[in-house]
Design a protein around this ligand. Structure first.
Ligand SMILES: Nc1ncnc2c1ncn2[C@@H]1O[C@H](COP(=O)(O)OP(=O)(O)OP(=O)(O)O)[C@@H](O)[C@H]1O
Ligand SMILES: CC(C)(CO)[C@@H](O)C(=O)NCCC(=O)O
Ligand SMILES: [K+]
Length: 258
């Protein structure tokens, strides 16, 4: 069985796959100092709780935080006796070579999103990922990553207001009833919620215009459903897109090695 680990700047997600079926998915916050033993304590406790006894023999990792990879490698080695495939490392092959400026290191999560979305939907896609940052990953006709857009994350934007302005509280994102807020919290939620609706619309329209093509828009990340409530921003929402991309890249490398 395959252990797929998606390590973001805020959260790290573990999924165990038996072929194409995800048996379980667990989430923890990302900490570079977490040791291999600490990962195992957490992971094995959750497996026990869910009465799952997986036979993990392979692992694949995508990490936007380079420092955590060392401990995750040790974790895979010590507890499952395997050497994980790490997306972005020279020995990890990608189904399509990224077409970016020389010297650019594309975030592995974006490469993985692109691979996962191409596998399910074919080429000419925009993947919108509402994570710590809000990213737009563009897949060409052949599924290769051809560039994108990085905007501040939704929660990050709200947090920035709180941090920078003494009178602005910590606020959670939600869809406000109206645009014109009649209290501070509603005003902040309106600014960020409707601001992001506009941001997504504008960026996707400009990407389509720039590439002179109609492109399918796939959304992923915890906040995608919230933004889908309102308007036709996306063609599809897939909460497991990054994990699926990890299985696709893992399979691609395995097939190539045979
Ligand atoms: N219904 C919801 N309302 C408010 N926030 C939500 C909701 N569902 C998920 N979230 C939040 O959405 C955010 C985005 O989640 P996601 O897992 O996509 O990214 P993340 O873990 O924040 O970022 P990264 O992947 O970069 O670590 C998280 O902070 C999560 O707590
Ligand atoms: C943009 C983030 C933070 C989104 O998770 C990540 O993909 C990253 O660190 N990227 C590196 C720069 C780039 O993708 O061009
Ligand atoms: K993510």
């Amino acid at each position: 069985m395959l252990l797929a680990i998606d390590c973001g700047n805020t959260n790290t997600v573990f999924s165990v796959y038996d072929d194409d079926t995800a048996l379980c998915t667990f989430r923890t916050s990302t900490h570079h100092a977490r040791t291999a033993d600490a990962y195992f304590t957490w992971f094995s406790t959750l497996l026990k709780h869910h009465r799952i006894e997986p036979d993990i023999t392979e692992a694949v990792i995508s990490s936007t935080v380079p420092r955590v990879v060392f401990n995750l490698r040790v974790f895979c080695d010590q507890y499952f006796g395997c050497r994980p495939l790490v997306v972005g490392k020279p020995d990890c092959l990608l189904p399509g070579q990224p077409r970016v400026d020389q010297g650019t290191i594309v975030g592995p999560d974006r490469l993985v999103n692109t691979a996962g979305a191409f596998d399910r939907h074919g080429g000419n896609l925009i993947v919108v990922d509402f994570g710590t940052a809000t990213t737009f990953d563009v897949a060409g006709h052949d599924g290769a990553y051809v560039g994108g857009v990085i905007a501040p994350g939704v929660n990050l934007s709200l947090e920035a207001l709180h941090m920078a302005a003494a009178a602005l509280p910590h606020v959670d994102i939600t869809k406000p009833q109206r645009v014109v807020g009649t209290n501070t919290v509603a005003c902040m939620q309106s600014g960020v919620f409707w601001g992001y609706v506009g941001l997504v619309k504008e960026i996707c329209a400009r990407i389509k215009a720039e590439r002179d093509q109609n492109m399918k828009i796939i959304a992923t990340g915890g906040l995608a459903p919230l933004f889908a409530q309102t308007e036709d921003l996306f063609d599809v929402i897939e909460d497991d897109l990054t994990m699926h991309g990890l299985t696709v890249i893992h399979k691609y490398n395995k097939d190539k090695a045979e």
